[in-house]
Design a protein around this ligand. Structure first.
Ligand code: ZN
Length: 655
């Protein structure tokens, strides 16, 4: 509940809204921790060109040409071709290439081919990324084809059925090979007896040369060596600031892997990493996720530096430590309660720097490593990134959404005051307690609810959270400031479940996803509840042709949630398939067409960008006379364009 004027929203272009995130509590870290974060951040930013090249072989060249072209441009900057070119470049920066970061389709240029030809011919040869023997004209023809020919390499990752997905994908992981050859090549490597198989193919490009298939490995003296050597040098500098020996070992193992390129070294590193919990700072740096490869073998380079959010982690600890109290007081039949319950502590982190495939578009949670056998034997690290969620929430505030859908000023003020925090708390209760609570009656088949099981389970966890949000125990434990706060969560929950979540569904379609179904179930059932029929606890009202949720009695709404929780728990504990089916089919699948259409129209008018990404903070070390780091300052004032151009200069390694 921080009230301040930090600017979470930044510029908007195409289908993108740029945001900023804040490094909460960074100034309170020790100099050693700040220095460690700084060095790891440098290692994160030096991987940028790798990601660009992996996502398409023309990406780096196009980025460079467009950066020069927009800088040298002499004409009017309001001219439509130039504006189109500018937006195109912003999209290229955002996607680490010329393909949409989410849909993978090639961008359609919003400037003319003639304009591009003219402007490129004006540029000095020395400023262009010409290869040996290549003329400006050659480069021009090549780029015109790549940018303007919509049939040429149209998709980065093609998953379509019935075609060769290697040959038809533009990602730069294979050259001169087809799908069958790749599958054969890696199929041969597999050894059925190996209990600890490396992730074959993860860190290399597969090419055919003179009829022979071979891997070009991404390592210190291999492909991407210029970038990897920079990464290694910053990892080495980080070593001296590590918080403990274990962290040092992790960094050393990563350096070793970057040197050898041996995937078994990567596994050794991953095992140490997953077991390393001491200290505040942690990081990911390397070829990790495989979504960028149609065959799911090749790792796209990514980096993130993070530190524990002590305030938020304390919150989940408090919840977890009191798990038994919550279980004993829950409004379900005592036969369905667990006599011994264990809460889970969720680890909340702050992102300090994002890089590669995690930048600017990023995940809000991390669960690694990916290798199945390591997960089975050594577990995984799972964290949620609190300061990114915070930025998403804060940005929502200015976009007109609450003004459009919340019924009145008083309720809006309530949500503005408590909403972000109660949202986090509700998620914590759902994850740390909700799923782990309750028990099946002896003899009940855990799969008895079949297709309705997921929705019932999510509803159970949500209701557990909703019920306790309004308990004075929350104030006693210091988890909520007062007995008003829960009302914000009750309102937004009802509004989302009954009305606004439908904005994510196409008109005429049903609700399908389990979490969305569970929210609709709870909200619509509450609206329709027997006990509220007379009392008018909560209703949908029409004001000037628009529909809103109105809650007339928050305390009674809690009673409804309690009744629902008791029933949903009974359904699970007894395996009452018929009742689960009835509830879901009645409340959680169908949308009222007229109401749905109204919500979609109101949402469309707000003109909210569907995709979001982050501008990184600019970390500036203060260097003393002896050359040592004396402090690290965090600057949040950099613009998106400035940051991208600066990165292209400072962290250029492959072009
Ligand atoms: Zn859940």
């Amino acid at each position: 509940m921080r009230n301040d004027d930090f600017n979470y929203s930044d510029e908007k272009f195409a289908d993108i809204q740029m945001l900023r995130y804040r490094l909460n509590g960074f100034e309170n870290l020790t100099l050693q921790q700040k220095s460690y974060i700084y060095c790891l951040s440098q290692a994160t930013l030096y991987g940028r060109d790798i990601t660009f090249d992996q996502q398409g072989r023309y990406n780096l060249c196009i980025r460079k040409v467009l950066e020069v072209m927009t800088e040298e441009y002499q004409g009017s900057r309001n001219q439509s071709d130039f504006k189109g070119l500018e937006t195109y470049l912003k999209r290229v920066w955002f996607s680490n290439g010329i393909y949409h970061h989410y849909g993978c389709e090639k961008f359609v240029a919003d400037f003319t081919e003639d304009f591009f030809r003219e402007e490129l011919m004006k540029i000095d040869e020395g400023k262009l990324p010409l290869r040996k023997g290549e003329s400006k004209e050659d480069l021009l023809e090549e780029l015109v084809k790549v940018i303007f020919d919509t049939d040429f390499m149209p998709k980065r990752v093609n998953q379509a059925d019935g075609v060769d997905i290697v040959e038809t994908s533009a990602c730069n992981f294979y050259e001169g090979v087809n799908q069958q050859e790749v599958e054969h090549f890696y199929g041969n490597m597999k050894d059925a007896d190996d209990q600890e198989p490396p992730s074959y193919g993860l860190n290399s490009k597969l090419v055919k040369c003179n009829g022979q298939l071979s891997e070009i490995v991404w390592k210190e003296d291999g492909m991407y060596g210029e970038a990897i050597r920079k990464i290694i040098s910053w990892l080495q500098r980080a070593l001296k600031y590590a918080e403990n020996e274990e962290q040092k070992v992790v960094v050393e193992l990563l350096i070793k892997y970057y040197r050898t390129g041996d995937l078994r070294d990567f596994d050794k590193y991953s095992i140490k990493w997953v077991n390393q919990h001491e200290g505040l700072v942690d990081f990911v740096n390397g070829f990790i996720e495989v979504y960028g490869d149609p065959l799911g073998l090749k790792g796209t380079w990514e980096g993130i530096v993070e530190y524990k959010d002590l305030v938020a982690t304390k919150r989940t600890q408090t919840i977890s430590e009191n798990a038994q109290w919550f279980e004993d007081h829950s409004p379900v039949d005592p036969r369905f309660r667990k006599s011994k319950v264990k809460g889970v502590t969720a680890n909340v982190i702050c992102a300090a720097m994002l890089g590669g495939d995690e930048y600017p578009s990023t995940a809000i949670g991390i669960n690694l490593p990916n290798a199945d056998w390591i997960r089975a034997e050594h577990g995984s690290k799972s964290v949620t990134i609190g300061n990114l969620t915070e930025a998403y929430n804060k940005a929502m505030k200015g976009n007109g959404f609450r003004e459009e859908f919340v019924i009145d000023d008083a309720t809006r003020q309530l949500i503005d005051k408590y909403g972000d925090y109660t949202d986090d708390l509700h998620t914590d209760l759902h994850e740390c307690l909700g799923h782990g609570s309750g028990q099946l009656l002896a003899g009940t088949d855990p799969d008895a609810l079949k297709a309705y099981g997921n929705t019932n389970e999510e509803a159970r966890a949500d209701l557990f959270g909703l019920y306790y949000m309004a308990d004075k125990k929350m104030v006693e434990l210091g988890l909520l400031p007062d007995m008003e706060a829960y009302k914000s969560q009750y309102y937004t929950y009802m509004m989302n479940g009954a009305l606004t979540q439908s904005m994510r569904i196409k008109l005429g379609n049903d609700i399908e996803e389990a979490h969305m179904r569970n929210r609709a179930l709870i909200a619509n059932w509450a609206l329709d509840c027997d006990i509220n029929r007379q009392e008018n606890v909560v209703e949908i009202v029409e004001v000037k042709g628009k529909h809103y949720i109105r809650i007339n009695d928050y305390a009674r709404l809690r009673d409804i949630f309690a009744m629902q929780l008791a029933e949903i728990q009974r359904i699970k504990s007894e395996g009452d398939y018929e009742r689960a089916r009835q509830l879901v089919e009645k409340y959680a699948v169908k949308l009222d067409r007229k109401l749905h259409e109204e919500i979609l129209n109101r949402y469309a008018k707000l003109n909210i960008a569907p995709y979001k990404g982050f501008i990184n903070p600019w970390m500036k070390p203060v260097i003393g006379k002896d050359g040592e780091i004396e402090d690290v300052k965090v600057d949040y004032t950099e613009t998106y364009e400035h940051q991208m151009r600066r990165y292209s200069e400072e962290y250029a390694t492959l072009i």
